[in-house]
Design a protein around this ligand. Structure first.
Ligand code: 0T9
Length: 429
């Protein structure tokens, strides 16, 4: 495409986001920023470092409190390691942030990470991702490691608005990391972000605001994000402080340790655990570039179920890679029309789409919780400890915040249903 043509389609696109009505999927993006990858695939970024995800299972010792701190540091290290995967992958593989394909209701993405460790102590890690809602788009996911009885689960939804300089994105939902053998749980809230570089034709993600990791042992990590020129003058900067508990987090001076640097690059740690093995050595906490992400293994397309993402989007993805805009539109419409026909048929027969592996749980409805067999959802207990909202509001919203006080919002959240997944016969991982 000539640069004049691309400049004019880009301008049209920017105008369309400026008058944007709240539904990101309704944006018609110019072909050169469309990705051939569906957003349902993005759940894989949670586990491209399975060794770090599972590391807390192997931290043991005499001093219970010290072990709890070491595990919290390990969870923070894993969380920081996910950020490059989550927010830099499109830049690194496609030359810039791209608009993902908008998943259809019931679209699924599954795969697994093979154990590359010498002692085979990690075992197989499985990813399950499902589009549980289309209007608005919501993705549920679970990362399952049976050998180490570790389950990460969560769901994600975004809203966005355009400012004069960037597209500002808020994430809804959260992740829960459950070490069943250790009987330790972590509530993870999601950072806010914005897309910079839109006016320079080269969009990229920058994180902002704060996110939290609350452990059932009481330890709380508060992670602050900033871009170029704020903390250090560098893009993708963060500072994570670990506190003994929520009460002590009121004063930054109480931080037991502070981790800072770039989440897409190098970070260091000061203070914290006494055992040097837990820190990472040489004062380096984590180096995103010396630890390359491990990609999951996905079945060949011919062996996939018709609801599996890469199979369902195959022809659209081919058109995107070819850069054939008319074909993209044509193939996308085919898929969208099929979906509309399905929804019409459901409406006619008075039925609803059956979500495959997830349930929506109303945390205000105790009957619902008793029925699920889990009287205390981890969000309820951990959000309570961290003084965070349990409502369906921007991830990380404090209890008592104006959004938390809105009665109409509700506390409905998506949860992975292990039994449903165990009973799955049609979809093979
Ligand atoms: C959950 C992640 C999320 C999804 C993406 C905002 C965004 C859709 C949501 C939040 C993942 O765990 C992490 C990473 C990137 C996020 C995407 C970045 C992005 O730009 C898109 C939005 C919808 C757009 O595509 C807008 C068009 C864009 C290319 C601006 C020019």
């Amino acid at each position: 495409m000539s640069s004049v043509a691309s400049a004019s389609t880009w301008t049209t696109f920017i105008k369309s986001i400026a008058s944007y009505n709240g539904d990101l999927s309704s944006l018609t993006a110019p072909p050169f920023i469309v990705s051939p990858v569906s957003q349902v695939e993005y759940s894989q970024y949670w586990a491209e470092h399975t060794d770090l995800l599972l590391a807390p299972n192997f931290i043991t010792g005499e001093d219970e409190d010290e072990v709890a701190l070491e595990r919290m540091v390990a969870v923070v290290k894993w969380f920081i390691s996910t950020l490059r995967s989550q927010y830099c992958t499109r830049n690194e593989t496609m030359g810039g942030e791209k608009k993902p394909l908008n998943p259809f209701l019931g679209e699924i993405f599954v795969g697994k990470w093979v154990d590359e460790s010498e002692d085979k102590r990690l075992g197989e890690t499985v990813l399950v991702s499902e589009q549980v809602s289309h209007h608005p788009p919501v993705t549920g996911y679970a990362v399952i490691n049976d050998q180490n009885k570790t389950l990460l689960q969560g769901y994600n939804k975004v809203t966005a608005y355009m400012s004069s300089t960037a597209l500002n994105v808020k994430q809804f939902g959260h992740a829960i990391l459950d070490f069943q053998k250790l009987e330790e749980q972590y509530l993870i809230t999601l950072p806010q972000l914005h897309i910079e570089g839109i006016f320079a034709f080269s969009p990229f993600v920058e994180l902002d605001g704060k996110s939290y990791i609350q452990s059932s042992t009481g330890y709380l990590a508060v992670i602050e994000y900033s871009g170029r020129g704020y903390f250090s003058g560098k893009k993708n900067s963060f500072k994570a402080r670990i506190f003994r508990d929520k009460a002590s987090s009121g004063d930054k001076e109480n931080a037991i340790c502070t981790i800072s640097g770039q989440w897409s690059g190098v970070s260091g740690i000061s203070g914290g655990p006494k055992r040097p093995s837990v820190k990472g050595g040489d004062d380096i906490f984590f180096d995103a570039h010396s630890t390359e992400p491990q990609h999951l293994v996905v079945k060949p397309i011919q062996e996939q179920h018709h609801l599996e993402s890469r199979r369902a989007w195959q022809s659209v993805a081919a058109a995107v890679k070819e850069g054939n805009y008319d074909l993209i539109v044509q193939e996308k419409s085919k898929l969208e029309n099929e979906q509309r026909a399905l929804r019409r048929a459901e409406a006619d027969s008075g039925t609803e789409w059956d979500v495959r592996w997830f349930d929506i749980v109303d945390l205000e409805d105790t009957a619902d919780l008793v029925a699920s067999g889990k009287p205390q959802d981890p969000l309820v207990s951990l959000a309570q400890v961290a003084s965070l909202s349990t409502k369906n509001v921007t991830s990380g919203t404090a209890k008592g915040d104006k959004d938390d006080l809105k009665t109409e919002v509700g506390s409905k959240h998506w949860r992975f249903n292990t039994e449903k997944f165990a009973a799955e016969t049609e979809v093979k991982v």
